[in-house]
Design a binder for this molecule. Sequence first.
Ligand code: MG
Length: 416
Amino acid sequence: MFALIDCNNFFVSCERVFRPDLEHKPVIVLSSNDGCAIARSNQAKLLGIPMGAPLFEIRHLVKTYNVEVLSCNFELYGDMSLRVMNVLQQQCEKVEVYSIDEAFLQFDKSINWAEEGERLRKHVLQCTGIPTSIGFGPTKTLAKLANLQSKALGIACYIDSTPVHHDTLKNTSVSKIWGIGANLSKSLKQQGIYSAYDLMLADPSWARRNYNVIVERIVRELNGHSCMPLTLIQEAKKSIQITRSFFEHVKDKDVLKQAAARYGFRLSTKLRESSQKTTTLFVYGRNSPFRGETPVFHQRTIVLPEPTNDTAVIIQHAQQAIESFFDPTVAYHKIGIMAVNLRDATQPGAHALFEAPKSAKKPDIDKVMDTLNKRFGLGTVRPLSCGESIEWMNKRDHKTPAYTTNWKTLVQVKAK
Ligand SMILES: [Mg+2]
């Protein structure tokens, strides 16, 4: 038996944990640079604010209905996600973290799903303050569908392929099935398959012939035959990328180099967090695709002499790349650094063959920096090349504090 547990309106729910005054109010969270709505409370959804709506297009709704507008606070969401997943891992032996706000769990067939589901929802809410939905089923695909129902009803739900559930499956559009995207659902509808029930009745080999093995697998899963086991071990990332758009266009080389340093700093931190090293860096810069200028895309690929996750080395290469492609006539809108060809840092192959690691004798500055930043908040200690301000160049006018990861912004409680 599988379950999918999904945090409701996750980013908004994280904000509400520390701002109870936002409960029952329409709230939206914006993407970086305060561009578009990327999370909406139920109240905001009811006002007709669509997912991804640019802020300037919904200003009238925000004003008329007093919608609370927040900048994204990914530090908070990341930490809250970790807390939710930790609680789940304490409660269930088999947990697959599927995304920042979703996890698949596996249980024995004989569990009382209704009881277990309510118990888990209550427990997660009590430990983290985050409301969730939970759907059960004999396969991941069915558990995912049951989760949709749970979201609508506010209780734990279960779906399988037996006749009791046929009505529910008939009322579920084929487009709602996990793995069926917009194009696929359009094509399926042309073949007369409109609902989850229709797809369940399809012939698996027909699905494979006309589409692919994934659609075949979905048909089998809808019939209760599990084809997708739980992935308990998270696959190591194959690449890590740090990229941001600037709020204003940048024509100053030093400013770009400072951005490169910041992204290089983030990138190397992420590599160390996942115990990985990179052998190749890809650095790029481009202008805005929306200003009617001729598109410019500068790029450099740097093959490193040895695998590394050293902040100083990565920043140095990133800045050299900027230096080499910088063109003063270009208004840069975005730069990015990508680490590809990643290696497991704990493996001996991650070091150069004949050389002792160069940093062997110097104190491990990165380690000290990571420890301090983990304790006092990201960017507390950082290379000078990153510049002075932490909230740099990105527009986040409505950001709430990093309540859970920064001592300086802890909530203060006063007793009278
Ligand atoms: Mg969610």
